[in-house]
Design a protein. Structure first.
Length: 367
């Protein structure tokens, strides 16, 4: 075993309940417990519990914390109010996406949640551009994260929390709420397209909370869920995965993230290059469904009018639709909704059609 690979607080529980532990972003995590499809459909129909403690957390503080975040992110931090969260991205000087992140505005500080594979890169970049009056601390080692997702998630969670959470709306959070005697941050966010919550807690509380939710949620169909269905769930919703669909060679406009890129908010790092590319975008991310029976995979070539015009960045067999789905980048001249393309699946051309995302439209996200 690689000595550099870390274990989450729930590693022993995972070992007892899964035979499919892999190294992912530097952490040992389960691909699945009972099966990817079973866990995926359980989240869509009832609820799933995910260990996402591999994610990174930074605290940004100081009198210039908001000014600093305005400088380093593409969204408008000034719109955030206490108790709100915001999806955004960090870009480099060339407008390339360093990471896609979530910012939480607490009472006196901000918390930034970053992708596990980018923790060190992000921290070093942010430290290199820090401004007077702002400080950044990496609290990733002292903060675990559990996600409960699915239409039954509120009911299950509420049975373990005295405070009423029914009024908590999407991309809002409650700080310092009690669950089983542990103080947590409870956020109505997630990566599944379903009603769901994310719990940020101290590592010494993780096992208590996890086991209590598993036990109390069993009657409502809650299952432990692994990395495999986390990927299929997010792909059905067209949610991006860093390293696959976005990276530092891609800018937010190409990635379809113009909705979080506020070019009128004032200066931010990468803005000028993003504006340049916005005026001359040649490729963009698009979504497709397979017409022929086939499973698209990352790296497969995309063919249009007999020519290779791009590559699949993410692809899978959708458990909800029982159909192959995927995303990729192609020239904007051929990405019109309804266009037929071909995917080179191990040397055989399989027909697909460009569609408007998301693929799955019946989720409980707005419940």
């Amino acid at each position: 075993m690689d000595n550099n690979v870390e274990k989450t607080s729930l590693y022993n529980w995972h070992r007892e309940n899964s035979n499919n532990i892999v190294s992912f972003s530097g952490f040992l995590l389960p691909v699945y417990y009972s099966g990817i499809v079973d866990e995926h459909l359980s989240v869509r129909r009832s609820a799933g519990l995910f260990d996402v403690s591999h994610m990174g957390e930074f605290i940004i503080s100081g009198k210039a914390a908001d000014k600093f975040l305005q400088l380093v992110t593409v969204n408008d931090v000034s719109k955030l109010r206490k108790g709100q969260a915001q999806y955004t991205a960090i870009c480099d000087d060339n407008g390339g996406i360093i990471d896609d992140i979530i910012i939480y505005k607490k009472e006196h500080t901000f918390m930034m949640v970053v992708n596990a594979s980018n923790i060190d890169k992000n921290f070093q970049w942010l430290k290199s551009v820090i401004i007077d009056g702002a400080e950044i601390d990496d609290i990733s080692q002292n903060c675990d994260m559990i996600a409960i997702q699915g239409p039954a998630s509120r009911k299950i969670l509420q049975s373990n929390i005295n405070e009423d959470i029914s009024s908590l709306i999407f991309y809002h959070f409650i700080d310092k709420i009690d669950i089983l005697g542990h103080e947590i941050l409870l956020s109505r966010t997630g990566y599944s397209g379903e009603l769901g919550y994310e719990i940020y807690c101290s590592p010494d509380a993780t096992n208590d909370i996890w086991r209590a939710l598993i036990e109390s949620g069993r009657r409502d169909g809650l299952v432990a869920a692994g990395l495999g269905c986390r990927d299929t769930l997010r792909l059905e919703m067209n949610y991006l995965l860093y390293g696959n669909d976005i990276n530092q060679k891609i800018n937010p406009i190409e990635a379809g993230l113009s909705w979080i890129t506020k070019l009128n908010k004032g200066h931010f790092i990468g803005k000028n290059k993003i504006i340049e590319k916005n005026n001359s975008v040649s490729k963009c991310l698009f979504s497709f469904i397979m017409v022929d029976k086939a499973i698209p995979r990352a790296g497969y070539s995309i063919i249009y009018n007999g020519e290779v015009v791009g590559n699949v960045t993410s692809g899978t067999m959708s458990p909800s639709l029982n159909q192959g789905i995927g995303m990729g980048y192609i020239d904007i001249s051929c990405n019109a909704i309804g266009n037929k393309i071909n995917i080179d699946v191990r040397g055989k051309l399989k027909e697909a059609q460009i569609v408007k995302p998301p693929f799955y439209k019946n989720g409980s996200l707005n419940s």
